[in-house]
Design a protein around this ligand. Sequence first.
Ligand code: IPM
Ligand code: MN
Length: 375
Amino acid sequence: MNQQINSQSQAIPHLVGQGVRTLNIAVLPGDGIGPEIIEQALNVTKAVCRKFGHKLNYEYALVGAIAIDQTGEPYPRATHDLCMISDAALFGAIGDPKYDNNPSAKVRPEQGLLKMRKDLGLYANIRPVTTFPSLLHKSPLRADLVEGADFMCIRELTGGMYFGRPQGRSEDGNTAYDTCVYTREEVERILHLAYKYARQRRRKVTVVDKANVIATSRLWRQIAQEIAPQYADVETEYMFVDNAAMRIIQCPKSFDVLVTENLFGDILTDEASVITGSLGMLPSASIGLHTSVFEPIHGSYPQAAGKNIANPLATVLSAALMFEYAFGMIEEGKLIRDAVTASMETGIVTEDIADGAKACSTSEVGEWIVNYVLR
Ligand code: IPM
Ligand code: MN
């Protein structure tokens, strides 16, 4: 690793020797606003390491459109190798309008994301949905419906229609097909994970499927019914995906852990994210067989790229998830969360949530949080 920050062991005497560690992080800024928001999240990560006396090693790697431009591949081998030897990866965003407007492009940035998920075995995408008191008025839902909503979406990430084969077109080009495939093993491991998280929360799992129509969903439900009795201390609820889409906006507080297959999870987590008032606020963790990846759930927001106006908080909160999930460092994660809450309450926020008041730039928000962490 080519960049190092040495711990300041003299700074925090009471922490010396208490779980001081070395963190090796792959930094994947990606496209659009990715580099700007990652810069802030990395600065916050450095500050937390300094504060707690951890040693941080980090190295940058390419992914997405920028990787195609520079190497021809959206997820180059060098990036994968770096991720594999790192303890965690911090990821910004991918996507570029020049590909969106060219449906016949053979290599696409999104393929890099799918390949990264598959090659790192990232079978679970965890998206916590929490509300922020100072943002309640920005929610499209009534404040009394969302206030206190706190649930976790667990999306299966390496199966289903995203990866099922065959996928393609008939020879005449007039028929297209995708295949949705799930194996027992894939369904079992994600359900066990959902129960594991539910046991650390309010002990309720909602299994979302379309078992009234789709064969893979019937397998999901069958396996869920087999597994549920092993977690008798957790309530299991079964819900069709169309109903779940409705319940998320009617009664978001009724969910604790929601678990579902890849495509349903893609759609429901976008829906769930906006009820909190800003898409710029929600982090995610992708975990699985190898190194975990932490990323904001929003996209690359190309219109804002390079303007220093994008909201860095979802990425900063992804760093908090990284401390908690990848390193089991609960205090470190909490300090970042507290800093983010404080920045919002002080009005140190970007234009998307400034609400008419003076907006700060991406880097001003990041710097304020760094100072909060170090104070
Ligand atoms: C997401 C994104 C991706 C997905 C795209 C960019 C391939 O929408 O992470 O939710 O569909 O999984
Ligand atoms: Mn999506």
